[in-house]
Design a protein around this ligand. Structure first.
Ligand code: ADP
Length: 306
């Protein structure tokens, strides 16, 4: 997994703030986050020992992130930041619905030219790319053909969704698997509905490497599509406390299910379970399940308590 890690501060509000109606902070918490780090931690808890290639700033948040990540069963490769820089810092306002507002102060990030452990990366069976720098993404996408032809690339749509559509399309079709939420799928394709976005993504498939598209839909579950098949899988009913990291847990579920070669509908069910479980505690990682907990949840025999 290559990409971001951040330090997140959560402010729990008594209501969703609206113009003219303020809200009161009732609790406050802090935790490590960032899409790539969250996906790696989710996979580590499931017993896959992932390699996480990330960077943190030269500050206290960076140190806390590293000490949190070192307690997980993952291989951590820290790329030193180029200049003295801060760690990505997010302030996340969570209201009871739960609704979220994210205030983001960007810090150190991976860029083209950074010393990445490429040989080690391309020994992995799956490479998840969550880098913001387009040039670095392109560089990584260009590598597998001659370095590691069997490596499958999974691209979360988060950063592609911020690019102009044509550029996003050209990059997207070079990933084997595309994973994103409804908004990201619409932004990448320039469509206004998830069904139109799905159709557009399916039309892209024959043009490139993409074999699977996974669109998460919050409480509505997910849609998975290959060239031949589309499945819509309903979400699990859970008492959601904080949706932060649900999409990252969902992405980890897709990767984990692909490693286990699950059929499409089981893949969607597993990814939905990961997303649902992640919402049951504050922060992106607090409620991520172990493999046993996930299996117990899927077979409906027990609940996960932490
Ligand atoms: P993102 O965090 O990227 O916006 P989603 O909100 O779509 O991603 O959530 C990812 C997945 O997590 C969903 O497809 C769903 O399976 C699960 N999920 C998210 N929120 C809930 C919820 N309130 N109840 C049950 N499952 C949820």
């Amino acid at each position: 997994v290559i990409g971001s890690s951040s330090w997140d501060q959560f402010l729990i509000l008594d209501r969703f703030p609206r113009p003219g109606v303020g809200a009161v902070v009732t609790a406050c918490a802090e935790a490590g986050g960032g899409t790539a780090a969250n996906v790696a931690v989710a996979l580590a808890r499931l017993g896959v020992r992932p390699l996480l290639v990330t960077t943190v700033g030269d500050d206290a948040w960076g140190q806390r992130l590293v000490s949190e990540l070192s307690r997980e069963q993952l291989e951590l490769h820290l790329v030193p930041p180029r200049a003295q820089s801060s760690t990505d810092y997010c302030t996340i306002l969570v209201s009871p619905e739960p609704e979220r507002t994210i205030l983001w102060s960007p810090g150190a990030r991976l860029r083209l030219g950074d010393p990445l452990p490429l040989e080690r990366v391309f020994q992995c069976r799956v490479v998840v790319i969550d880098v913001e720098d387009d040039d670095l993404r392109q560089f990584l996408l260009d590598l597998p053909a001659h370095v590691a032809p069997r490596t499958r690339i999974v691209g979360p749509l988060t950063h592609l969704a911020t690019l102009p559509c044509e550029r996003a399309r050209r990059l997207a079709i070079q990933h084997d698997v595309l994973i994103g939420n409804e908004d990201e799928a619409c932004a990448v394709t320039g469509c206004t509905s998830v069904d139109a976005a799905l159709e557009a993504l399916r039309r892209w498939m024959p043009l490139g490497a993409t074999r699977l598209v996974a669109i998460s839909r919050g409480r509505d579950g997910c849609i998975l599509a290959t060239m031949r098949e589309t499945v819509r899988v309903p979400a699990f009913e859970v008492r959601a406390i904080d949706p932060t990291g649900a999409g990252d847990a969902f992405a980890a579920g897709i990767v984990y299910g692909l490693l286990r070669r699950l059929p499409l509908s089981e893949l969607g069910r597993l990814a939905n379970a990961m997303g649902a479980l992640a919402t049951r505690a504050l922060g992106a990682r607090a409620a991520l399940p172990t493999r046993d907990e996930l299996e117990a949840f899927l077979s409906g025999v027990s609940h996960v308590h932490r």
